[in-house]
Design a protein around this ligand. Structure first.
Ligand code: ARG
Length: 459
C-alpha cells in the first residue's frame, strides 16, 4: 500500500514504481528511521499532540519492529522506501494508532533526519578507522627512527632523512583528515526533524526535545534549509576524497619502494598477490586497487555536487540520489583505511638497501656545500664548488664517501678531515635538527606530537 495513494485513481506503472523506489538501498537506514520515529512519537505524546498512551503504543510497536529486523525475523521488502515500510509495518501491528505517527511530520524532514543520523554514525566509524591508521603509521615511524633512507624531490634522490620522517609525513595528512571529519560532524549535528515538508507545522511540537533525544546539538534554524541541506553529504564525500588522495599517494610510494629497483620496503606475502602466468611475481595489488578506487570516490563527490547545484528549494526528489553515492563512498573509504592500517603492520624495512641508497647519487651534496658555507664561504659559491666536486666524482667514478680529506682539500682549503664524517648518510640526516626536520631527534619530537594530537580524537 502506498502511504499517499488517496489522491490517485490509477496505480503507478510498474517501471515508474521501481524507478522511483528507494527501498532497495535506503533500507540501510532502518535503525535511524525507527530511532527518529520513537523520538518523534514520544515528543507528540509529551506535547499532548497525541495521547501519551498512544505514543507508548507506537513506541512499543516500533521497538518490536526494530528487534524483528535485527533478529532477521522480517525482511525489508514491499514498500516504496524505508519510511513507508516502517509505517506500514507499524499499522499492521498496532492498527489505526500507528497512523498517528506521521502527525506533524513529512517524509522530507524524516529522511533528512535519518540520513543525518546515519552520516554522523559513519563519520564516527571513519574516525575510528583513521585513528587505527595513524597508530600503524606511528608504529612504523617508531621502528624507522634508527634508520636512514633517501628523501626524494622530482622522484630523484635528494637528501638523506631518518626513515621515521616518511611515515610521520603520512600521519600528519591523516591527522588533518581526522580534523576535517570532526569539524564536519560538529557542523552537521543539528536536527531537521520538525521542519515538516518545508514550512514547519501548526502543531505545538518541541523541536528541542527531539533534537536532544537524538543526540543533536539543537534543531536546524530554518525549515526550508532543514529539509534540503545536504552540505554534510558533500563534506563527507570531500573528506573521503581527501583520505583517498592521501592513501593513493601512500600506495604509490609503497608500490615504488617495494620494487626491486628501489627495494626499501617488503610487503608481507599476506598482503600481496601472484600472477597466473609468471611464477616469480609478487604484486602489490592491494595498493594498486586502493589507488584505483580513489577515482571512484572522487566521482561520488562530483556526482553529489552536480545533483545539488540547480535544485530549487526545498525538497526535490533529486535528493534521493544522496544515498547510494554516500553508501558506496563510505564502504570504499573505510575499507581502504582499515586495510591500509593492516598492511602497514605487515611491511618491513630493508634497512641495508635504504642506508646504502641514502648515500648514493650524491644525496649528501647539500651537506658538503653547507660545510663550506658554515665556514664562511657564501652559500652560492659553496654550491658551485660542490657542483665541481660532484662532476669530478662522476667523471672519475668516485663517491662523496670514498673521497679522501686531501681530495676534498684540493677543491678548497676550507675542507678538513671531518668532511669524511659529515658526508655519511646518517650524519647528514641527523644534522637536520631544525624544527620539523629529518634528524632522528626532530622526527622523535614529531612523533611525540603526533601521538599527543591523536588523543584528541575519539569516535
Ligand atoms: N526516498 C526519499 C528520499 O530519499 C524519501 C523522501 C520522499 N519525499 C517525497 N516528498 N517524495 O529522498
Amino acid at each position: 500500500m502506498k502511504i499517499w495513494e488517496g489522491r490517485f485513481d490509477k496505480p503507478t506503472a510498474v517501471n515508474a514504481d521501481s524507478f522511483n523506489d528507494s527501498l532497495p538501498f535506503d533500507k540501510k537506514l532502518w535503525k535511524e528511521d525507527i530511532i527518529a520515529s520513537v523520538a518523534h512519537a514520544t515528543m507528540l505524546g509529551k506535547c499532548g499532540i497525541i495521547a501519551e498512551d498512544e505514543a507508548d503504543k507506537i513506541c512499543a510497536g516500533l521497538d518490536s519492529i526494530y528487534s524483528d529486523i535485527e533478529n532477521g525475523k522480517i525482511e525489508i521488502v514491499g514498500a516504496e522506501d524505508i519510511h513507508s515500510f516502517v509505517e506500514n509495518e507499524l499499522v499492521a501491528r498496532i492498527g489505526d494508532t500507528g497512523k498517528k505517527l506521521h502527525t506533524a511530520r513529512s517524509r522530507n524532514d524524516q529522511v533528512a533526519t535519518d540520513f543525518r543520523l546515519y552520516v554522523r554514525g559513519s563519520l564516527e566509524k571513519l574516525t575510528d578507522a583513521l585513528i587505527g591508521l595513524v597508530n600503524s603509521l606511528a608504529d612504523n615511524a617508531d621502528k624507522g627512527l634508527k634508520y636512514v633512507m633517501p628523501g626524494y624531490t622530482h622522484l630523484r634522490k635528494a637528501q638523506p632523512m631518518c626513515a621515521g620522517h616518511f611515515w610521520n609525513a603520512y600521519a600528519e595528512m591523516f591527522l588533518r583528515d581526522l580534523d576535517r571529519v570532526s569539524a564536519t560532524k560538529e557542523r552537521m549535528n543539528f536536527s531537521p526533524l520538525g521542519s515538516g515538508a518545508l514550512a514547519g507545522t501548526s502543531y505545538p511540537i518541541d523541536r528541542d526535545m527531539t533534537a536532544k533525544a537524538l543526540g543533536f546539538i539543537g534543531p536546524c534554524e530554518n525549515s526550508l534549509d532543514g529539509v534540503s541541506d545536504r552540505d554534510y553529504v558533500c563534506e563527507y564525500l570531500f573528506n573521503g576524497s581527501m583520505v583517498m588522495t592521501h592513501l593513493s599517494r601512500l600506495c604509490e610510494d609503497i608500490i615504488l619502494y617495494s620494487t626491486e629497483e628501489f627495494g626499501y620496503f617488503e610487503i608481507s606475502d599476506a598482503y600481496s598477490t601472484g600472477s597466473s602466468i609468471m611464477p616469480q611475481k609478487k604484486n602489490p595489488d592491494i595498493c594498486e586497487l586502493m589507488r584505483g578506487k580513489t577515482g571512484r570516490v572522487y566521482g561520488h563527490l562530483l556526482a553529489m555536487l552536480t545533483t545539488l547545484k540547480a535544485i530549487p528549494l526545498a525538497y526535490d526528489k533529486d535528493l534521493q540520489e544522496d544515498k547510494e553515492t554516500l553508501f558506496d563512498a563510505e564502504t570504499q573509504v573505510i575499507n581502504c583505511v582499515k586495510i591500509m592500517a593492516e598492511l602497514l603492520q605487515n611491511i618491513s624495512l630493508k634497512t641495508d638497501k635504504m642506508e646504502t641508497a641514502a648515500e648514493s647519487e650524491f644525496c649528501c651534496a647539500t651537506d658538503v656545500a653547507d660545510y663550506l658555507a658554515k665556514k664562511g664561504m657564501p652559500f652560492r659559491t659553496a654550491h658551485a664548488v660542490t657542483g665541481k666536486i660532484v662532476r669530478w666524482c662522476i667523471e672519475n667514478k668516485r663517491t662523496l664517501q670514498d673521497m679522501t680529506a686531501e681530495e676534498y682539500k684540493s677543491f678548497d682549503e676550507l675542507f678538513d678531515k671531518d668532511i669524511c664524517e659529515v658526508v655519511k648518510g646518517k650524519n647528514c640526516a641527523d644534522a637536520r635538527t631544525s624544527y620539523g626536520g629529518a634528524s632522528s631527534a626532530s622526527v622523535k619530537e614529531n612523533l611525540k606530537s603526533i601521538k599527543k594530537r591523536l588523543k584528541h580524537y575519539k569516535a
